[in-house]
Design a protein around this ligand. Structure first.
Ligand code: PLP
Length: 385
């Protein structure tokens, strides 16, 4: 395969070599079921325990508060539906208009079942109004679910302040931290977060494993019924290899987070500054300051994002577009629309998301190729007179 230059780490990440090594024995020799009575199966249990402790270490919580799931989407669904089921007397859900569909579509499904749903809007920088949030949380509110960091723009919400507001009003607070965990330091011990979702494949573990953190004492119903695994909250024989992998990925993230932040942010800024300077009619989307260190979302006005992606793809460069091609019509993403990004700019928004494995040479290669791509597409754009 031709060389791939991978700037799409908010979509998924490369499995770290250390993580692959750690999980291998559980796909070969150590294939026992951790619930078995015999030593061969039972010995696996301690590796699950170790992984739980590693993840708790990264999040700053107790290992008993970690529940393994299959992905971020499952964790989000479980949090929202589990709380609503446990608190049948409360009928209101609060979220934002910029959530990932794993949250937004789940909340909207609950709305069709009779729940009252409030979707908070955002300003041009992608931030919510905390006063509006405070005025919306009332005695009828079962759960407030607000993401830690946005997958498209990288914008970070002030989650500790948000959680404190929600807590003071007595509602349960869930955060989808799928894009935040492993990229920025978190400390659940010092926060009022009740529930938090994360996903292995966003932090250099494989696909098929996630976590729902459940603070001790949070009222939530079991979400997969069957055996006694995960304290009977999420039954099903454990994905041992995936769980061990996620534990190792959490250890690596915890060890390197500060140095990596600095390195990745430097590369991201080098890319972003050069593109904004060298490509005419380019603008940054979202809060420039409160942002993940690895993400930049730039609009190239009057061009379609898909066309840019296809051109980048010819050079082996992987990125993402803010618009989704649905049934022949190009719809700007719900995040761009919520931020009020003009139509001609929302269409041409491109997300570059970096990781510890990106290099300066790769960044410079994109910087070299982008202006030519943009100028060529502008020349043939139907939006430019
Ligand atoms: N939440 C956010 C913010 C995401 O970015 C994603 C995936 O892109 C998800 C949830 C879903 O995670 P998973 O792919 O593990 O289901």
């Amino acid at each position: 395969m031709a060389k791939v230059i991978y700037f799409d780490n908010n979509a998924t990440t490369k499995v770290a070599p250390e993580v692959f090594e750690a999980m291998k024995p559980f796909l070969t020799d150590l294939y026992g079921n951790p619930s078995s009575m015999h030593t061969f199966g039972g010995q696996v249990e301690k590796y699950i325990r170790h992984s739980r402790e590693s993840i708790a270490g990264l999040l700053g919580c107790d290992s008993s508060e970690i529940i393994f799931t299959s992905c971020g989407t499952e964790s989000d669904n479980a949090a929202i539906k589990g709380v609503l089921e446990a608190l049948p007397e409360k009928r209101k859900i609060i979220t934002t208009r910029v959530e990932h569909p794993a949250v937004l579509a789940t909340c909207r499904q609950m709305q069709t079942l009779g729940y009252k749903l409030v979707e908070l809007g955002v300003n041009g920088e992608g931030q919510i109004d905390l006063n509006e949030l405070e005025s919306q949380v009332d005695d009828d509110t079962a759960i407030v679910t607000i993401m830690y960091a946005n997958n498209e723009t990288g914008v970070i919400f002030p989650i500790d302040k948000i959680a404190a507001i929600v807590k003071a009003k007595g509602a349960v607070f869930h955060t989808d931290a799928v894009q935040a965990v492993g990229k920025i330091p978190l400390n659940l011990d010092k926060s009022n977060i009740d529930l938090l979702s994360l996903s292995g494949h966003k932090l250099h573990a494989p696909k098929g494993v996630g976590v729902l953190y459940i603070r001790k004492g949070t009222r939530i119903s079991p979400f997969i019924i069957g055996g006694h695994q995960e304290k009977s909250r999420r039954a099903g024989t454990e994905n041992v290899a995936g769980i061990v992998a996620l534990g190792r990925a959490a250890e690596l993230a915890a060890k390197e987070i500060k140095q990596e932040n600095t390195k990745v942010k430097k590369l991201r800024d080098r890319l972003e500054n050069a593109l904004l300077i060298n490509c005419p009619d380019a603008m940054l989307n979202g809060d420039k300051v409160n942002r993940l260190p690895n993400t930049t979302n730039i609009s190239f006005e009057f061009i379609e994002g898909e066309a840019i992606l296809l051109s980048l793809d010819q050079f082996g460069i992987c990125a993402s577009s803010g618009s989704a091609c649905t049934s022949g019509s190009l719809e700007p993403s719900h995040v761009m629309r919520a931020m009020g990004v003009p139509f001609t700019a929302a269409h041409g928004s491109i997300r570059f998301s970096l990781s510890r494995y990106n290099t300066e040479e790769e960044v410079d290669f994109v910087i070299e190729k982008m202006p030519g791509i943009i100028n060529r597409l502008r020349d043939i754009s139907p939006f430019v007179k």
